[in-house]
Design a protein around this ligand. Sequence first.
Ligand code: NAD
Ligand code: IPM
Ligand code: MN
Length: 351
Amino acid sequence: TTTYGIAVIPGDGIGQEVTPAALEVLDAAARRHGVAFTRTTYDWSCATYLREGAMMPPDGLDRLRGHDAIFLGAVGAPGVPDHVSLWGLLIPIRRAFRQYVNLRPVRVFEGVPSPLRGVRAGEVDLVVVRENTEGEYSEIGGRLNRGFPDEMAVQEAVFTRPGVTRIVDYAFTLAGTRRGRLTSATKSNGIVHTLPFWDEIVAERAAAYPGVTWDQEHIDALCAKLVLDPARFDVIVGSNLFGDILSDLAAAVAGSIGIAPSANLNPERDFPSMFEPVHGSAPDIAGRGVADPIGAIWSAAMMLEHLGHPRPAAEIVEAVAAVLATTDTRTPDLGGSATTSEFTEAVLSRL
Ligand code: NAD
Ligand code: IPM
Ligand code: MN
């Protein structure tokens, strides 16, 4: 048996509900391939913040560092400002551990109707490659003149040559292993400094990937095309904020943001990577046991794949697909009436 040590941070809201579901499926799939996980659970959350004044202890990142991977549910709860909870836990992990690639695959599963007319199962299979450590999510700037009539907020978007180059290279390489199509999300028509620079680097790097056909779309038009013709996309690369928005949009096109997974990757493997569903803590449905666990379960599969076990990873995704294709067991976000644990049981019995 190969054993991995993983750090588990269930977090807030439905993070507490989908995390155990995903870990159960993970263990069941891994076990049959001689893979096991030792888990260390950290109860870092908004409750921790309200009790202790911080989302995680001062040595929190050091405690995570030694693990083979991190699995996170979701962070954020009413009563704690989002910029406090997210910049106190999620964002520092992504940045400190150089998780500069955020991979967010989207598929339309058989049995899950897209809210869009004419989109059929199997036709949509794309990946959003989101830049995850710079761009619009920067710490440069601030709030000035609080409480005065000329109060203002300023935040600099940061695009570095090495930062853009590595995410663009990652996306071109990934496209080369898929259908060979890359779309770069831009807004160089309206933004003067950063996105023209992004575009230049994309065009430069393209020369190294002759097998990949690429184009660029302005983010506003790209959103429209994702709705009008999602099947045309293979890999979409975007900045931190564009990638964030595109991933919820694409997931919704595939039926629900509850089904979307993500991998925050440190490709050099100097630090642990982190796996988490794309969705948040969903306070509006938390505590009722009806959250869709697919995003978290699929994220666990991405973790297995990252650790070098593509077979159990594929088996997890196939089991989810089979439950959706052959039964009407699904959570309310997909039009069903199953609970989180009923859906999870169905996946476990498929495995
Ligand atoms: P959200 O993703 O939590 O919820 C948006 C909508 O989608 C809600 O109606 C919710 O019920 C629904 N939804 C989300 N996941 C679902 C699932 N698995 N099953 C069924 N329905 C699901 O986004 P939000 O409302 O913008 O944010 C709520 C909180 O979560 C905020 O505090 C926000 O900052 C935080 N958040 C955290 C993360 C993260 O930890 N990675 C991601 C996004 C938002
Ligand atoms: C996500 C989330 C986070 C992000 C928020 C909660 C900071 O929306 O993981 O998609 O914007 O990265
Ligand atoms: Mn998001």
